[in-house]
Ligand binder design. Structure first.
Ligand code: BGP
Length: 462
């Protein structure tokens, strides 16, 4: 039997752009624009325009989530829905009414809201006008949007986040071209990484002014991918050290400790690609660290020495220091192409305890995306997703080992409640405890939903 404390939070995570659909939305984010201009970039040409229609179905969806034992929901407010004019952060009346209703409905269903302010969804106008997150003006506009959210919803929402996975914005939008605007530019990506850390700290400073009550807290959600070297050879170990600093510490250290990783700063300085920062900004970052941390975990980072000769790549790319590889013989989620390695949960828990002051943290995403789940439906139409239950059990057992060693982990949020639209893969892989028939929008509980309910009611599983 694996048992968690009585106050352990059992939740689910999702995001506005992946669930709501674009009904009554005034502006496009970078994904909306990308889909309009290049639908072939998405699996089966399916975009985010309808998603799982949370815009219309939120009351029924929240009631179903409650039936699945979900006691907290992490979702995001879309900048492009709430705001009419990004420069002044003037409000869109429909957006305000909608998010008010959603938050009230969560509370009515005994689901605690955890609200995130940015889930990859930069307004495309701010990319066109200013270059998106490369611009410090965009940082200021984001603070204005955040202030509106705190003023509108801070009375009912205690739990906030500045960003989901800034690293995916850096990698996807500015470094490797997975996401629009598909820029491939190392020095720009370095500046974006800095600017998002700066934006997070500035939003935290604003939060302290707007929501000073002690029960209110703000954090950031980071996708932590512990970096493991391929061998004990110093070249592989050095590569893994750089990968750890670049992928994880670059966001963890400013968020929790208020400074950037010294070795990474030294390397970027020596390479002539360090970000543009002022001493006032660095002081602000030092003074505005998070109250708690959300950790998304799916897969480890397996690292080898680089196969590009140092400094040969122009302009600069982090790939001159490390190479990711897939370790032969590991268990894979073949549909998503990700290694399944639950043991990293223990390593993350220990890292929080040993190196980050044992900050309160929780798993803000963890889940199993599977294609073609119809094949697992029984005669009553219930998806028998035992593989998802096993995935959660394995990860929770590894997490519990870290908690038993003293790590201050306060909850587990599964990705996700209801099957939702995903960035590049649309509906190919399904992650939900609840199935969504995207043609009829009929939503039905999977076997994992019943398992999760039992877990959240008993705080334990066999
Ligand atoms: C995380 C994102 C989520 C979600 C999840 C699953 O990185 O925060 O939004 O999409 O990954 O990944 P995917 O949808 O790419 O399979």
């Amino acid at each position: 039997m694996t048992t968690f404390s009585k106050d352990f939070i059992w939740g689910a995570a999702t995001s506005g752009p992946q669930t709501e659909g674009n009904f009554h939305k005034q502006h496009q984010n970078v994904f909306d624009y990308w889909f309009e201009t290049e639908p072939t970039a998405f699996d089966n040409g399916v975009g985010p325009d309808t998603a799982s229609d949370f815009y219309h179905d939120y009351e029924a969806d929240l009631a179903l989530m409650s039936q699945a034992g979900i006691k907290a929901l992490r979702t995001s407010i879309q900048w492009t829905r709430l705001i009419d004019d990004f420069e002044t952060a003037s409000l869109n009346a429909d957006g305000v009414a909608y998010y008010n209703h959603v938050i009230d409905a969560m509370i009515a269903n005994h689901i605690t809201p955890y609200i995130n302010l940015h889930h990859f969804d930069l307004p495309v106008e701010l990319y066109d006008r200013y270059g998106g997150w490369t611009s410090k003006h965009v940082v200021e506009l984001f603070v204005k949007f955040a202030e509106q959210c705190f003023k509108l919803f801070g009375d009912r929402v205690d739990n906030w986040f500045t960003f989901n996975e800034p690293k995916v914005v850096v990698d996807g939008q500015y470094l490797y071209g997975w996401h629009y605007p598909q820029i491939v530019d190392g020095p720009k990506a370095v500046q974006v990484a800095y600017n998002m850390n700066l934006a997070s700290a500035k939003v935290i400073a604003k939060f302290r002014e707007c929501c000073p009550q002690s029960e209110k807290r703000i954090g950031i959600i980071l996708n932590l991918t512990p970096a493991y070297p391929a061998t004990a050879d110093p070249a592989d170990v050095a590569a893994a050290d750089f990968a750890e600093a670049w992928s994880n510490e670059m966001y963890l250290q400013p968020a929790v400790l208020g400074h950037f990783p010294a070795k990474l700063v030294a390397t970027l300085t020596a390479d002539g690609v360090l970000w543009d920062a002022t001493s006032e900004e660095l002081t602000l970052i030092a003074e505005n660290t998070v109250d708690y941390l959300g950790v998304n975990y799916y897969q480890p980072l397996r690292v080898q020495r680089p196969d590009i000769s140092p400094k040969s790549l122009q302009p600069w790319m982090p790939d001159i220091y490390f190479k990711e590889y897939q370790m032969p013989g590991r268990i894979m989620n073949v549909d998503r192409g990700w290694e399944i390695y639950p043991e990293a949960m223990t390593d993350i828990a220990n890292n929080m305890r040993e190196n980050y002051g044992n900050i309160p943290w929780f798993i803000s995403e963890n889940g199993m995306g599977v294609a073609g789940e119809e094949r697992f439906m029984d005669a009553d139409g219930v998806v028998q997703d035992d593989y998802r239950i096993d995935f959660m059990k394995d990860h929770l057992q590894a997490l519990k080992r870290g908690i038993d060693a003293g790590s201050n982990c306060i909850g587990y949020f599964v990705w996700t409640a209801i099957d939702c639209w995903s960035w590049n893969h649309a509906y190919h892989n399904r992650y939900g405890l609840i199935r969504d028939d995207i043609h009829t929008q009929e939503k039905t509980l999977k076997k994992s939903a019943a398992w999760f309910k039992q877990l959240s009611e008993s705080n334990s599983f066999e």
